[in-house]
Design a protein around this ligand. Structure first.
Ligand code: GLY
Length: 355
């Protein structure tokens, strides 16, 4: 078991069935509510059976439908109803077993239930293991705009069990690699070399080391800047354009995964920030090795721009973008974008250059 300690909570990297009971035994919660979706209830919850038996507890279970389209206020009402039915008092615990939607929304519902009960994150996707579950950002989408309503509230603990990576469809696993590539660019050149030098589909791929390195980057950034007043903005690398592209595609018949959208965003933003040259080539080659080209219709750009105007980093009328800086690991550069620059970045992406 590998453990990361932050000032507020610990992150355990290893078997959930060992780590969670040990952690729970040292605490005195009145009730436990396991929050799942239909997939994680079937594929992941059985891992915990022996743990509940050993602890002599039977958690209440709340199950919601899987998918980003359900990360909304109606589904929160369903979770709060489950909390009411389970009679959760202020000393109860919510266990969020799932990907980013379960972690963000289950955490948000727990953080607002009776003004806040403890919750733990048990992420089951690569994306949530390496990014969403760490750092206390919780919330839901509103009027189709991603993560517009939410709070900062740290979990009581995070349990990252790599065994769940085996339950993921190939496209979902690949989606998560976008955040790992992002962390490598932000703080760990060795991690970038591992990711771009080895085939992540190979059975020998060392996920444990990749998770360890990727989580370490996230922990360092959120520890330095928990409320995104400075350095934490760099975690939005690829997301200023990528989130807006993702939101646009959510309204189509063929939505992108989060990672697919962020990959597009990282390429377009890197072009705007660094221009042509070695740095851009390296980034583009690395990302394109994971993510095949996806056409974004030119007619989509005005919708993408209007979604970008909603970005939480903005101050005033322009769109604020943050990318890794020029002074090595953990440096950051911010730029203010105008609509014309979005068109330039997307034209570079559309050209399909591979490095
Ligand atoms: N996922 C970006 C952040 O946690 O700040």
């Amino acid at each position: 078991m590998h453990q990361f300690d932050t000032a507020a909570y610990s992150i355990f990297l290893g078997p959930l069935a060992d780590a969670l009971p040990e952690w729970l035994r040292a605490r005195d919660y009145t009730r436990v509510l396991l929050i799942t979706d239909e997939n994680t209830r079937r594929c992941c919850a059985p891992v915990l059976e022996s743990a509940w038996q050993a602890l002599g507890i039977r958690p209440e279970i709340a199950e919601i439908p899987a998918g980003e389209q359900h990360k909304n206020i109606d589904m929160c009402a369903r979770l709060w109803q489950a909390m009411l039915d389970a009679r959760l008092d202020r000393r109860a615990l919510a266990v969020n077993l799932g990907g980013g939607v379960i972690g963000d929304m289950g955490g948000f519902c727990a953080a607002t239930w009776k003004r806040g009960i403890d919750f733990v994150q048990a992420p089951t996707t690569l994306l949530s293991m390496t990014d969403a579950a760490i750092g206390g950002k919780l919330g839901i989408d509103f009027q189709g705009i991603k993560n517009t309503v939410g709070v900062f509230q740290n979990p009581a603990a995070v349990f990252v069990d790599p065994v769940f990576l085996k339950t993921l469809p190939a496209r979902e696993l690949r989606s998560g690699t976008a955040e790992v590539l992002k962390h490598a660019q932000i703080g760990d050149p060795d991690l970038w070399r591992i990711l771009t030098g080895k085939d992540y589909n190979s059975p020998d791929f060392d996920w444990l080391s990749v998770l360890k390195a990727s989580i370490a980057v996230k922990v360092r950034v959120v520890t330095e800047d928990p409320f995104e007043k400075g350095l934490r903005m760099v975690l939005n690398y690829g997301h200023t354009i990528g989130h807006a592209v993702e939101t646009y595609f959510l309204g189509t018949d063929d939505p992108l995964t989060h990672g697919e959208a962020i990959a597009i965003g990282m390429i377009a933003e890197s072009y705007l920030a660094y221009g042509e040259g070695e740095r851009l080539s390296e980034i583009v080659a690395g990302i394109r090795a994971y993510f095949p080209h996806r056409q974004v219709p030119e007619g989509a750009l005005s919708a993408v721009w209007s979604y970008m105007l909603q970005d939480k980093k903005n101050a005033g009328k322009s769109v604020r973008m943050a990318v890794p800086g020029d002074a090595g690991p953990y440096s950051m550069r911010t730029m203010d974008l105008e609509q014309r620059m979005l068109a330039d970045g997307m034209a570079y992406y559309a050209a399909g250059r591979t490095g």
